[in-house]
Design a protein around this ligand. Structure first.
Ligand code: SF4
Length: 668
């Protein structure tokens, strides 16, 4: 009997229209857990680096996390993995909502898509009955509209539908996959779904998920619920409101946007607007949100209500994706309520709420500086809001300049030339980032930005406070009940961390301490992504209900795997290293591991080199960021060693890469 997982993957060959149920190996679950972990293994095994993102041989893997479908509160993430058209590296993007638990109840852990369908289709999974159905009548339809039409067509109001909009169909590099209540947006995974000719996957399941030791498991769930209640009653003092509580990150309940609007950049990530958040603005924004927000909603089996349905006059009701409420507004330098309007259209088109506004602001900056002209933007309206709607339409239809912009700022700048590359200044590994630019180097964030393979800062941070608390008494109070730390030393790091003086940034915490902090934060995210846990209850907020001490108990009681903290840490390290190995094999090297050039005004090049060197060594990677043979061997990844040696990435005798292998090609 398999516990927590079903032990079955669905393999769908879209070229042949073939569907096969495949029993998975339970040993893989022990080694890689599930979700992201086992998906990384599938991608390593079956997608060699020669495979282009838009190739029938690329895989698009929808995976439920290991504990999805169990009663574990907030465990509902679908992890979608593929090779990204934009970064040309492995993309793994998560969505909350209800899709993953439904897949488990239908009897499957993963849906693995390969090949390319000659015509637009959708997949209908109802327990043991699986069909590839014609979707020609859904061509061009919005993502949310598609979900509703499919539910009606199937007469299955409870079916959970993940779908793409026009952007995915047209292979826009930052196209998302949408569910009614969530989306997987980063890395252009929606474009790969469109390339495969799949408009949607609808799932309905009525089976059970087995729990190894149900009484023990339910007791653990009860403890989590009680702690959530405790944290709700005891928000963390001394931090900004959005970080004081749990959730992801309560964007729909908390209307205090002083920190975001004054610290994040506006326009094409250029302008800081200190003093923007006046009493008047706060009042107007609170009123706008209270009127627009029709209902607070939660993902499957979660009491947190982080999401909200938004109804703007004259527009259909839709679900707001957390921070998207501000990204369009700030990029367009417009009124705050503009974001609530354009996000409805963007959700139907199915685009990423971080990249899309950045791409449009980039285009407008090129226009203002004469690099793009009226010939490139015929009939463009004169106001910023109108221009954003205009560009959004052009991009998702790939019309005119929209065809170039649809590849994201990095590739678009290369194609436009004439100095455009200087304007594509907010990317990491070719992927647009949150427009957060600050004054002095933050060494913790430097490492997370540079080495994080989710290539998305908001999904790496979390466990350690972002800033020191000004007074020692405050720090002492904070560490008192900080039982989530994997080691007591973290408390000391924080206690001694000060705003100014010897024990402040950039030289304190020390390189060694920073490696520990970054590794802890990253480890928790990787565990979440294998288990299917929402980061909002685990790796993202301070003092969360899930942590390194109770996770092994959840896995043991839920999946029946004998787990402890050391084994869990080792498993997370194993598939984290495998993700890196997939990317190393695709050409990623040290030269790619850097934050946007102008992310901080004050930089410390020597310290940065030391940080990268120190972290690589800490992780068991060589100077190029390639996992060494020793590391791979310790993790049981001998098949990676073999491959690396065969390809000349590591030489037979040492851990140094050959010259040939460090070159890393770049082509679109
Ligand atoms: S904490 Fe929020 S985002 Fe996370 S599962 Fe719960 S409702 Fe969804």
């Amino acid at each position: 009997m398999r516990y927590a997982e079903t032990g079955v993957n669905l393999e769908v060959d879209l070229t042949r229209g073939n569907i096969v149920r495949v029993q998975t190996d339970p040993r893989d679950t022990e080694l890689y857990l599930g979700g992201l972990g086992t998906s990384a293994k599938v991608l390593w095994d079956r997608v060699p680096p020669e495979v282009e993102p838009f190739s029938p041989d690329n895989l698009l893997i929808f995976s439920a996390g290991l504990l999805c479908g169990t009663p574990a509160t907030g465990c509902n993430r679908t992890i979608v993995s593929t090779i990204s058209p934009q970064t040309r590296l492995m993309a793994f993007s998560m969505m909350g909502g209800f899709w993953a638990p439904e897949l488990k109840y239908a009897g499957y852990d993963k849906v693995i898509l390969r090949g390319q369908s000659p015509d637009l289709v959708y997949l209908w999974i109802k327990d043991d009955k699986i069909e590839i159905r014609d979707a020609s009548h859904l061509q061009g339809k919005g993502a949310i509209e598609t979900s509703e039409l499919i539910r009606q067509e199937l007469k299955e109001p409870k079916a959970q539908v993940a779908s793409i909009g026009l952007a995915g169909e047209n292979r826009v590099y930052f196209a998302s996959i949408e569910q009614t209540k969530s989306s997987a947006s980063r890395g252009g995974i929606g474009a790969v779904m469109g390339d495969k000719g799949v408009k949607a996957i609808a799932v309905r399941g009525t089976k059970d998920v087995n729990i190894a030791r149900p009484v023990e498991f339910l007791e653990l769930c009860q403890e989590v619920l009680e702690y959530i209640k405790f944290r709700e009653d005891n928000p963390i003092p001394g931090v900004m409101p959005i970080l004081a509580g749990l959730g992801s990150p309560q964007e729909m309940k908390v209307h205090d946007e002083k920190w975001h609007t004054e610290n994040f950049m506006w326009g094409n990530s250029r302008t800081r607007r200190k003093g923007f958040w006046t009493e008047e603005i706060e009042k107007a924004w609170t009123e706008t949100m209270e009127n627009a927000r029709t209902r607070l909603i939660s993902c499957y089996n979660c009491p947190m209500e982080c999401g909200a349905t938004i109804s703007m006059p004259g527009l259909p009701t839709y679900m707001m994706k957390c921070f998207s409420k501000l990204t369009y507004t700030m990029a367009a330098m417009s009124d705050l309520n503009f974001g609530l309007k354009i996000a409805q259209q963007a959700t139907e088109y199915g685009v990423d709420g971080f990249s899309t506004p950045q791409v449009m602001a980039f285009a407008l900056e090129l226009y203002e500086n004469g690099i793009l002209t009226d010939d490139d933007m015929p009939d463009m309206p004169s106001d910023n809001e109108g221009r954003f709607y205009y560009l959004l339409d052009k991009i998702v239809r790939r019309e005119g300049i929209g065809d170039v912009l649809a590849n994201g700022t990095y590739w678009a700048a290369k194609e436009i030339g004439n100095g455009a590359e200087e304007y594509a200044h907010n990317n990491i590994k070719k992927h647009e980032q949150l427009p957060l630019k600050l004054s002095m180097l933050n060494p913790i964030y430097f490492l997370m930005y540079s080495t994080g393979e989710k290539i998305n800062i908001t999904q790496i941070e979390g466990q350690f406070p972002q800033m020191p608390f000004p007074k020692r008494e405050q720090r002492e109070a904070f560490v008192k009940d900080w039982f989530q730390v994997p080691d007591e030393k973290f408390k000391q790091y924080f206690l001694d961390w000060e705003l100014r003086g010897e024990h402040s940034f950039p030289y304190y915490p020390t390189v060694e301490m920073i490696c520990d902090i970054v590794d802890w934060q990253e480890r928790m995210h990787y565990i979440d992504d294998a288990l299917g846990m929402c980061a909002g209850l685990s790796s993202f907020p301070l003092k969360p209900p899930y942590h390194i001490h109770n996770y092994p108990k959840f896995i043991s009681a839920g999946a029946g795997i004998d787990m402890d903290e050391a084994k869990l840490t080792q498993a997370a390290k194993r598939y984290r290293t495998l993700v890196r190995s997939v990317n190393i094999r695709r050409g990623m090297r040290r030269k790619d591991e850097k934050p946007p050039k102008n992310h901080w005004k004050k930089r410390f090049p020597e310290l940065e080199t030391e940080l990268l060197d120190g972290y690589y060594e800490f992780k068991g990677w060589n100077k190029e960021g390639i996992p060494t043979k020793k590391t791979l061997d310790e993790l049981g990844l001998d098949y990676v060693i073999e491959d690396f040696v065969e390809r000349g990435i590591l030489t037979d005798s040492e851990d140094a890469p050959s010259k040939k292998a460090t070159a890393g090609k770049e082509q679109k």
